[in-house]
Design a protein. Structure first.
Length: 492
């Protein structure tokens, strides 16, 4: 498939994008579905192992022999600014694609999937001409020499993104990798490949050199080809803990640097002095955002026993008013899950909760009256403790469990009693105490009373424990794609 000077549209299909052009492939046909209607949005061809090999070759050549790895920071910033501006002009088009491909409601698609993603990317672009060199101090007693410490791009980055926030995740990986001078092979989820291929026109508009950005959608074999290729210098993966472990194991023989952004079971702590209306509003939004398909969403609500029943009643009432349905319909507050298998997964965990003595306060079933699409009502469960399977394991759906606690120490203990450590939130009128509790909770991201709204572009994001390795965004997210080199020299 060739571009022929016209803008790419999903209905035109897709194939691997390698070395600055669409390529022919004998890869399998991929029919991308709208999860709200089960209708086919686009039909194209996923890549093969050979396509991945060609993409890595193109990225390797572009870095080793092309201008990108040697380009000055100011020139790289100029190109990436054009890329960012080209994407910004397509905001409405991209948001429309997000709604269709992921089932996001328009407000979430426009603000979080696209708006925050482009804000983060713009921040990374601003850092692309940053001077990472620093002088070494003179050694005591040695006056005839000194040295410098430099940071330089690693080389080829293999980026594997997930289906829940595809455009957001793609831009997160591209921002850090491209701003620091690396080339990229992007492997999107085959369920949501369109939000990767929508980048192609913007790359052409910005004159991004061929081979700097390559995109190959595909299955497990395609991913394995990327994770095991010794020519790849860095792997960045977002997805499940189980697959993240496989990525790490596959990369290990080549000693490839691996960054993993994995699952979570984050706690929302509501102290007895909290503004309950604010806490309930936040808890409800965390439950329904992207139908609960978010690794950092708070799915364990830990509430002080003095206000526990009141909080449960208020949250149940708020969630019961949320209309689940096709995201473009007026009044809909939550759209579908991505596929039937994800609905079945949610059903499984809710059934486990019931069998363990859990009480379903609201929800707990597929959405009535919808004969197409992958819908499940937002669900609140009480009556369990922190040892229950449905409390400890990531469900990745619109299910929240509410647990009581008696004092701050117990709240912190329960929050930390998890294999994960990605996010966390505390609602309290006593912000000093809430901050002190944040310091005791082993999570990579925490907020007090809702935080500052959208994620700060300069703030690193990632998790403790089984929530992953490394950080995205911020200075740490840039350094993830840089190698460190020291050079010393003699003054004589």
């Amino acid at each position: 498939m060739t571009r022929n000077g016209t803008s790419w549209q999903p209905e035109a299909g897709f194939s691997p994008y390698v070395d600055g052009r669409w390529t022919d492939t004998d890869g399998p046909v991929n029919e991308v579905l709208d999860p709200a209607t089960e209708e086919i949005l686009a039909q194209g061809h996923d890549g093969t192992v050979r396509d991945v090999e060609a993409a890595v070759t193109a990225a390797r050549t572009a870095f080793d022999e092309g201008p990108w790895g040697r380009m000055s920071g100011s020139d790289r910033r100029r190109v990436l600014t054009g890329f960012a501006e080209a994407l910004d002009k397509r905001r409405a088009e991209i948001a429309d694609l997000v709604i269709a491909e992921t089932g996001a409601i328009p407000a979430i698609a426009e603000r979080l999937h696209v708006g925050v993603a482009l804000d983060h990317f713009a921040w990374a672009v601003e850092q692309s001409d940053r001077d990472w060199t620093r002088p070494l101090p003179p050694l005591p007693g040695h006056t005839l020499g000194t040295g410098v410490v430099m940071k330089e791009p690693c080389g080829v980055v293999g980026a594997i993104s997930a289906y829940n926030f595809p455009f957001f995740l793609n831009m997160a990986k591209l921002g850090g990798a491209l701003a620091t001078g690396n080339t990229v092979v992007l492997k999107p989820s085959p369920m949501t490949p369109l939000e990767a291929f929508v980048l192609v026109d913007a790359a052409h508009d910005a004159d991004l050199p061929p081979g700097v950005l390559n995109i190959v959608s595909g299955d497990v074999e395609v991913s394995r080809s990327l994770t095991t290729d010794p020519r790849v210098d860095v792997l960045t993966f977002t997805g499940s803990e189980r697959v993240g472990a496989q990525v790490s194991a596959q990369a290990a023989p080549n000693i490839t640097r691996v960054h993993l952004e994995l699952g979570g079971k984050s706690a929302l702590i509501v102290r007895s002095d909290a503004d309950l209306a604010d806490a309930v509003g936040y808890g409800m939004r965390q439950l329904i955002t992207q139908a609960g398909q978010g690794c950092a969403l708070t799915t364990r609500h830990l509430v002080h026993r003095d206000v526990y029943r009141e909080y449960v009643d208020m949250l149940t009432a708020a969630v019961s008013r949320v209309r689940t349905g096709p995201p473009r319909e007026d009044g809909v507050g939550m759209g579908p899950l991505i596929r039937e298998h994800q609905v079945a997964r949610v059903e499984h965990y809710v059934d486990l909760a019931r069998r363990a003595g859990g009480v379903v306060e609201t929800g707990g079933a597929r959405t009535a009256g919808l004969d197409r699409g992958f819908f499940y009502d937002p669900t609140i469960i009480t009556g369990l403790d922190n040892s229950a399977t449905s409390v400890r394991e990531e469900i990745f759906g619109p299910v929240a469990v509410v647990l009581p606690f008696d004092d701050d120490a117990e709240a912190v203990r329960i929050a930390n009693d998890s294999p994960y450590g990605l996010g966390g939130h505390i609602y309290s009128a006593d912000t000093a105490t809430a901050f002190a509790m944040c310091r005791q909770i082993r999570s990579g991201y925490l907020a007090v009373n809702g935080g500052a709204g959208a994620m700060h572009s300069a703030a690193p994001f990632g998790g403790f424990k089984r929530s992953g390795l490394g950080r995205e965004y911020g200075e740490e997210g840039l350094e993830a794609f840089l190698e460190t080199k020291s050079i010393s020299f003699h003054a004589g």
